[in-house]
Design a protein around this ligand. Structure first.
Ligand code: MG
Length: 408
């Protein structure tokens, strides 16, 4: 056992109670998920966390079970069953609750412990990584952010006494990260001496004379204490949720390349042995060019020549998956998704049918799509026209793209 986590969820959260849902902030649903379950997700998914001990209020057993229910049956169920310990019951103050949590995991003999507020659901893997790094060289670490507001000292009449130099001030967040034996000993000693009112664990470590090192936090890692915090958190979650792709677009692409002397043609991302090659500035992949234009057409973002001018020497001999990948990226950059691609290749020879599975797989790979969304068809032109006279190959593609609906 190397790293345990204590999640402090024993506070009654009276400041953040909502009139509509009379529960403490860690049990309030944000974007349809309880705050506690959001907080737990980050620690469950983190590979360096071995065990998680939640400390809850004496009356909150049912609230706790309800809050973790989605975790116990969802995709994180395996991790939850392995890492999550039965909840410990907290005490009158945060300090007492943390000690109870530390004692509950003593049998696990962790080397390190992170102590985190249940009501900080926006803690990130980056913050945890910085904690683990700091623990390699320090016994006591505190996630914090520099104070950005100007700080005033005020008397009891509301008059400013002085403006405090903020350049050395930091706002404490959690996790607070420690050598487990050290912080357990420190908490136990404070408790034995009748001190129960330290408001964070760094203060307990400081009281023991240990130097506590700062780990960079983030403004988003806020503690939800007021109704305003909950409203802001709701907005943050709504803004980060994927938008439904209701703006459905269809694009078409058409391309032709003439035969030239050679021994293989490149079509649909694969090389097919043939009596000729296709002539072109790039690798002349007529199939990928048509698909690229279909995608660009769907998002109304020019065509292949706009982004990769044939006059530009840097694209001479270029593999055409580069052009297609760029079109796919343009869709992703707009928050969209390609739903399907349908490619038709028009030629008398070579025979496309035997190469269809390999071609579909290559296109799916380039576009990062599932193969069942990629269709490749082939036809001759009954010996009519330039394709019928075997002067070259034509390709026609259709792509469907979903984009998020934007206001007009
Ligand atoms: Mg072309």
């Amino acid at each position: 056992m190397t790293c345990a986590v204590i999640i402090v969820a024993a506070g009654s959260g009276s400041r953040a109670r909502r009139s509509s849902d009379k529960v403490a902030k860690q049990y309030v649903a944000l974007g349809g998920k309880p705050v506690l379950s959001r907080t737990l997700e980050t620690f469950l998914k983190n590979e360096q966390v071995d065990c998680i001990q939640v400390v809850i209020g004496p009356q909150d057993g049912q609230l706790y079970e309800t809050a973790i229910a989605p975790l116990m049956s969802g995709p994180l169920a395996g991790l939850a069953k392995t890492k999550l310990q039965p909840p410990a019951t907290g005490g009158e103050t945060r300090q007492i609750s943390v000690l109870k949590g530390l004692e509950a995991i003593s049998g696990k003999k962790p080397q390190h412990v992170l102590i985190h507020d249940a009501a900080r659901p926006f803690v990130t893997d980056d913050i945890l990584s910085r904690c683990f790094l700091a623990l390699q060289t320090h016994k006591a670490c505190l996630v914090a952010t520099p104070v950005t507001d100007t700080i005033k000292k005020v008397d009891d009449q509301g008059a400013i006494i002085e403006t405090i130099d903020r350049s050395t001030l930091w706002s404490a967040q959690t996790p607070q990260a420690f050598d487990y034996s050290f912080i357990r000993h420190a908490h136990k000693r404070a408790s034995d001496q009748g001190i129960h009112t330290f408001t964070d664990d760094a203060a307990v470590a400081e009281w023991m004379g240990e130097t506590v090192h700062i780990v960079q936090g983030s403004p988003a890692n806020r503690k939800l204490t007021s109704q305003d915090d909950l409203t802001m958190a709701e907005t943050m979650i709504a803004a980060s949720a994927p938008q439904p792709l209701t703006d459905i677009r269809v694009g078409t692409g058409y391309d032709v390349h003439a035969f030239d002397e050679g021994s293989a043609v490149i079509i649909g991302g694969i090389s097919i042995p043939h009596s000729h090659k296709l002539k072109g500035h790039s690798d002349a992949d007529v199939g990928l060019h048509a698909i690229t234009d279909a995608i660009l057409g769907a998002i109304a973002d020019g065509d292949i020549g706009t982004h990769f001018p044939p006059t530009d020497p840097q694209w001479k001999g270029a593999a055409s998956d580069l052009f297609l990948k760029d079109a796919v990226r343009r869709v992703k950059d707009r928050g969209g998704k390609i739903s399907n691609i349908d490619l038709t290749i028009i030629c008398e020879a070579p025979k496309i049918g035997p190469h269809r599975p390999e071609m579909r797989a290559a296109i799916a790979d380039i576009c990062d799509m599932s193969i069942d969304r990629i269709s490749v068809k082939a036809t001759t032109s009954e010996k009519l026209g330039f394709t019928g006279r075997k002067e070259g190959i034509a390709a026609l593609a259709t792509a469907t793209v979903g984009l998020p609906e934007l206001p007009d």
